[in-house]
Design a protein around this ligand. Structure first.
Ligand code: SF4
Length: 456
């Protein structure tokens, strides 16, 4: 597919990634521990399964591009202290949860979950399994930093029921790796990747990143050749978001070393061309998967969903999230924990939960969330299904949004008729822009509007 650079330029603007709607900057501090505890209790009367998220915020060193909530430390004792509080939070939420509700998904993210030693991986995983009712076929996944990883940690993960792993690769070029303070040669990735395959992990995802310092089209082409040779099941290709006003350490990246806009756009084209050429399906946004992958199946069957972990096959699960900064989600509510690990531990010590912010959805939020999520996951939307679900007339309710979409239709990013909205192949690159037309919060007064990364 030939992408018009002029189009990418035209639609490059700050915008949310829509892992939630409304996006996290709209969560407010009038929602705290009492409200979250009450919500857990009241939302048990539901057939919705559970998806658990565990945040391990520690990393050995700092990658300069990092956008995560993390703490760089060499002191393992910090992680051990943190784990004791994390387990208390798990206990508090489990006590309020109907033990018949089935856990269909568990994900450990960070930071670096593999900062944990093998014995602590086993201990935490078994603690969680004893307190929740796991489905036999639950997806149990972990984010992995290949640097310093030991085979015994991979074995501990597998023995603890993990069956999916996501390895942070970003780029194989040495100069790029040096500039972002993340040195991990191809030989290391190959060895670690081999361990996960040998241990029988059913799905391996590789995370890549574009827009890093010193990346060129040629250097990235070489990285992609190796990636395709490794043959992962899924790929997530994120664009580096340079937001030093939010992430102070990104000032360590020399701005003049970043690839210019044209190079970034050419890299997007190269990625599409290379990965689709290698047989991967572009799910949408920045995700690719093999045709037989469950994400592709779910997209075909319109059961794909989007949450804080990206695309997921579990559309109707409530998310219970544990650890500093983590965000829980029920049908009606988002609830976010204290971000700083020391503050989180203090709150858990005193009150067993650590919610500091949240959001209770209005009916309008839920309607818009449905529309945005369907467009980003299914790449099409039947107006009648939204109308019957929410008892509205789609064209009347979304008259303003449909007006905002008109130039995107002219540019070939989507098709709108009386019955449907369909994202075109070209439009997959502009899903955030399409979603923004349905976002009621983007019209906030300028001085109150949150600052987002660029859509392209
Ligand atoms: S390992 Fe991941 S979370 Fe830790 S600093 Fe690097 S990018 Fe951030």
């Amino acid at each position: 597919m030939q992408t018009d650079i002029a189009l990418l330029t035209k639609y490059s603007q700050p915008g949310p990634r829509y892992t939630s709607y409304p996006p996290a900057p709209h969560f407010a501090d009038d929602f705290g521990i009492n409200q979250w505890r009450q919500e857990i209790i009241e939302s048990q009367d539901t057939a919705r399964p559970l998806s658990l998220y565990v945040h391990i915020p520690f990393c050995d060193t700092l990658c300069y591009y990092c956008g995560c909530n993390m703490v760089a430390t060499q002191k393992y004792g910090k992680a051990q202290d943190y784990l004791s509080y994390l387990k208390r939070e798990v206990d508090s939420v489990a006590e309020l949860t109907d033990s018949m509700r089935s856990v269909v998904q568990l994900h450990w993210g960070g930071g670096t979950p593999t900062f944990l030693k093998a014995e602590d991986i086993r201990d935490l995983a078994s603690h969680i399994r004893q307190r929740f009712n796991f489905a036999a076929d639950a997806e149990v996944s972990v984010e992995v930093d290949p640097r310093g990883l030991l085979l015994e940690q991979v074995q501990a993960l597998r023995e603890s029921g993990f069956n999916r792993a996501s390895l942070g690769v970003q780029d194989f070029d040495e100069k790029v790796q040096k500039a972002v303070n993340r040195i991990q040669p191809l030989s290391l990735i190959e060895e670690v990747y081999g361990w996960f395959r040998a241990e029988g992990f059913s799905s391996i995802n590789l995370d890549l990143m574009t827009g890093l310092p010193h990346q060129t089209l040629d250097s990235y082409r070489k990285t992609l050749v190796e990636i395709v040779r490794l043959d992962p099941d899924r790929l997530a290709v994120f664009g580096y978001a340079h937001v030093p006003w939010m992430k102070k350490h990104q000032k360590l990246i020399v701005q003049s070393d970043l690839p210019n806009f044209e190079t970034r756009m050419a890299m997007q084209e190269l990625i599409l061309e290379t990965l689709e050429g290698a047989g991967y399906v572009h799910i949408g946004m920045d995700h690719f998967a093999k045709p037989e992958d469950e994400l592709v199946k779910a997209q075909r069957e319109k059961t794909l969903w989007r949450n804080f972990q990206g695309y997921t096959t579990h559309r109707h699960a409530d998310i219970y999230a544990f650890g500093a900064s983590s965000i829980s989600q029920t049908e009606d509510v988002y609830a976010q924990n204290e971000k700083r690990p020391d503050g989180y531990q203090k709150m858990i010590g005193e009150q067993s939960l650590a919610t500091v912010k949240g959001y209770r959805m209005t009916t309008d939020d839920k309607i818009r969330r449905d529309v945005i999520t369907e467009l980003m996951c299914d790449l099409s939307l039947a107006k009648a299904s939204i109308e019957s679900r929410w008892n509205i007339s789609f064209d009347d309710y979304f008259a303003d949004s449909l007006n905002l979409l008109k130039p995107l239709v002219v540019d070939g990013l989507l098709e709108v008729d009386k019955k449907e909205i369909r994202v075109t192949t070209l439009g997959r690159l502009f899903l955030r822009n399409i979603a923004m037309s349905f976002d009621a919060y983007l019209n906030a007064p300028k001085n109150e509007a949150p600052r987002y990364s660029m859509t392209a």
